[in-house]
Design a protein. Sequence first.
Length: 161
Amino acid sequence: MAGGKGTRLSPLKPVLKVCEKPMIWWVVEIAKEFANNVYVATVKGHPAERELWSIHSRVIYTSGLGYENDVIEALSSVELPALVLPSDVPFISRQAIETLLNQCKASICTLICETSFIGVSLWNQMRLNDYQDIPFPQRIINVNTQEDLQEINKLCHDKSP
């Protein structure tokens, strides 16, 4: 998911550099470890649209009416089950995704980190009334502010593209 307004940081948030790579690049790379088909969802005319296409060639357009609405729109274009990852969790761990995949018993499961919704979810079916929160005990940095961006860039020595 890379079509938000980025009001707290920048409309270009999905392509801001994290360890010398666009933030969305990191998310696409880990998604490839769990899925055969990876798509980037954005809004037509988004300030980062051109760069998103250069990072990943499978782009789905949504209306931009809000995260939840855009997720449902994007999911209508793909086969389920589908893993949804927002562009602002570039260093989400394999362990976090595996926890979500292994513990999910509902139609829709969301990963909860430090009691917060971070936009990571698994959709097995489009049954909106059958959902489950999956707690994950470790912190996942959700990049929403300049401070978050600075913090995550301090972790670059632990990551290699």
